[in-house]
Ligand binder design. Structure first.
Ligand SMILES: C[S@@+](CC[C@H](N)C(=O)[O-])C[C@H]1O[C@@H](n2cnc3c(N)ncnc32)[C@H](O)[C@@H]1O
Length: 111
């Protein structure tokens, strides 16, 4: 969940569980949730090793996360495991372009 920048965009009638593996970030998200009155369960957890049962969630949302996950395949495998059959995975992530010119530009701008 990072600092909880997405919290204002969730509809009110959902049970939301949010994870991050950084304790410092969790504190910031807690403050934001309190300010917004957003009822979210915040958990310190690594997406590569989720402590949720199989087929637990209707939907998983990840925004700007997988660029920093050390083993993204493992993280995605865990998400697949905890998603219900027919559940939805919503992602907004940035990746390296397949076009070499753009790839070079990205690497140049973000060494
Ligand atoms: C760029 S921030 C994006 C935060 C939020 N999703 C958003 O869109 O505002 C990336 C977040 O992913 C978290 N993160 C990175 N690797 C993680 C992992 N393996 N498990 C859980 N959280 C992770 C970082 O601690 C950081 O808060």
């Amino acid at each position: 969940m990072g600092t909880g920048a997405n919290f204002p965009y969730y509809p009110g009638n959902l049970a939301v569980t949010a994870i991050d593996f950084s304790r410092g970030i969790l504190g910031q998200a807690q403050r934001r949730a309190a300010q917004l009155g957003f009822p979210v369960e915040l958990v310190e957890m690594d997406v590569q090793s989720l402590a949720f049962p199989d087929s637990f969630f209707d939907t998983v949302v990840a925004t700007c996360v997988f660029c920093t996950v050390p083993d993204p395949r493992r993280g995605l495998g865990e998400i697949r495991r905890v998603l219900k059959r027919g559940g939805r995975l919503l992602m907004a992530e940035h990746v390296l372009s397949k076009r070499s010119g753009l790839r070079f530009l990205c690497a140049f701008l973000t060494p």
